[in-house]
Each structure stands twice: as structure tokens, then as C-alpha cells.
Design a protein. Structure first.
Length: 243
């Protein structure tokens, strides 16, 4: 039984113009994150692990802008998002329930064509088209998906559905339990705990500086890059919410 579907249309890797478009989107996300949110999180977890760390940082910036309802200038991640699908290759991704007594949920990806960033961009643009009250929760699910390490299987789906804590959410929840989630966010962005009121400029500067520390050229650990970037994005979200 089909529960959710996302069709990503993309240019071929050798094409001079890199393009991404959406086809059929069957994404039930109410109540959030819903089956649609699980599928979008699955696409992000499956393909973002093959993206360069710099691209993951830019991806999180795009997620933040889409969640905030900002106008998205093109291209992003060197790909232009468009409505026209003529000449593009179709890659469907699905979440379905197995038709047997177990009723197991399974994800099915098309991974033999297109660059990883094209599939991930399709997922985040699809989430950006959701209603405000839904997309915030779905984007939170996608950020959790970025921190996942392991197979994209039933355990992963349970992790997303249950809201199980990734390392960065665990840290945030622990500080929240101590009444200090803002303090955690300041530490992640390298901002002084003594400053009570941070303006947007300082927060954005801390975000950019923290992202630089994740890059392997600056000593960052490649295998922990996505997790660290997720920490940094969550810290910025917390501090901007205080504005």
C-alpha cells in the first residue's frame, strides 16, 4: 500500500545546466510529520550522506529560509529549481506498507540516476510547499534525519516517527531540562554566555564561524560533519527565536 510518494525530476549529471523540478507529490503530513514527513526525512538521510560537507551547510541554510517562508533566489546548491520538467529525468521515491501480516513500513529510493544533492533538493522544496503549520514540523524531522547514522530501515522510521533524540536534540533537550537551552545554543555558536541579548547580526556571524569549523580544511571531522552542522543549525534556530 502506497503511503507517500515524491517524484524528483532532475537534469543529467553531464548536463551544462543543473536543474531540479517536482512531479507527483503524495505527501500526507497531517498530523505532522505524517507519512509524507517520514518519506522526506528518508530521502534526506539516504542522499545527504553522499553530499560534500559544504553543501550540507548550504542545505541547512536553505531549509531555514524555506521554513521561514523567505523568497528563495536561484540557483541554490548550484541547481535551479523550476516548474518545467521537459527534458529532465524522473526519479520517484516512495514509502509503502508491506501487504503481509507484519504490515511493515518500507522506503524505496531511486538511486541510480541524478546527483545526491538533486534528490535532497527535491525533498526540501517539497517540504517548503507545505502549509506553515506542517512544514515547521516536517523540517524538524528532516533535520533529525540529517543526524542519523545507520541503515535507512524500520529502525530509522521508528526513530523519526517517535521523535527519538539524535545527539544534537539530546543536547538541546538536556539543556532545556536544566532551563538553559539558550546557553547550549550560545556554546555551539561560540558566543559569550555573558551577553544576555544577542542581535541577529551576531547570531548569523556565530553561525557562519561555527560552520567554518566543521569544514575538513579547518580540522573538522568528515564523518561527523552532518551531525555538527545539525547542531549549529538548531542552535541558530533557538537563538533567533529569542529575538
Amino acid at each position: 500500500m502506497l503511503l507517500a510518494e515524491l517524484e524528483v525530476f532532475h537534469s543529467r549529471p553531464i548536463a551544462p545546466t543543473r536543474r531540479v523540478a517536482l512531479g507527483r507529490t503524495f505527501l500526507r503530513c497531517d498530523p505532522p510529520p505524517g507519512f509524507g514527513g517520514l518519506l522526506l526525512g528518508g530521502v534526506v538521510a539516504r542522499f545527504a550522506q553522499d553530499m560534500a560537507p559544504d553543501d550540507v551547510g548550504e542545505l541547512l541554510t536553505l531549509v531555514f529560509d524555506l521554513d521561514a517562508g523567505c523568497r528563495i533566489a536561484q540557483p541554490r546548491l548550484r541547481h535551479r529549481f523550476q516548474a518545467d520538467r521537459v527534458g529532465l529525468t524522473r526519479s520517484p521515491h516512495r514509502l509503502y506498507r508491506v501487504d503481509d501480516p507484519t504490515g511493515e513500513l518500507r522506503l524505496q529510493f531511486t538511486a541510480d540516476s541524478g546527483a545526491p544533492s538533486q534528490h535532497v533538493l527535491g525533498a526540501v522544496y517539497a517540504a517548503g510547499a507545505l502549509r506553515r503549520e506542517l512544514r515547521t514540523s516536517v523540517f524538524a524531522t528532516m533535520r533529525r534525519a540529517l543526524a542519523w547514522r545507520g541503515e535507512i530501515d524500520g529502525e530509522f522510521l521508528a526513530y523519526l516517527a517517535d521523535g527519538a533524540s539524535s545527539s544534537f536534540l539530546s543536547s538541546a533537550m538536556q539543556d532545556s531540562a536544566n532551563g538553559d537551552n539558550v546557553g547550549w545554543a550560545k556554546r555551539v555558536l561560540g558566543l559569550s554566555a555573558a551577553v544576555e541579548h544577542l542581535d541577529k547580526r551576531l547570531i548569523q556571524q556565530g553561525y557562519r564561524d561555527a560552520l567554518l569549523t566543521v569544514h575538513p580544511d579547518h580540522g573538522g571531522e568528515v564523518d561527523r560533519a552532518a551531525e555538527r552542522i545539525a547542531d549549529i543549525a538548531e542552535a541558530r534556530r533557538i537563538l533567533l527565536a529569542q529575538q
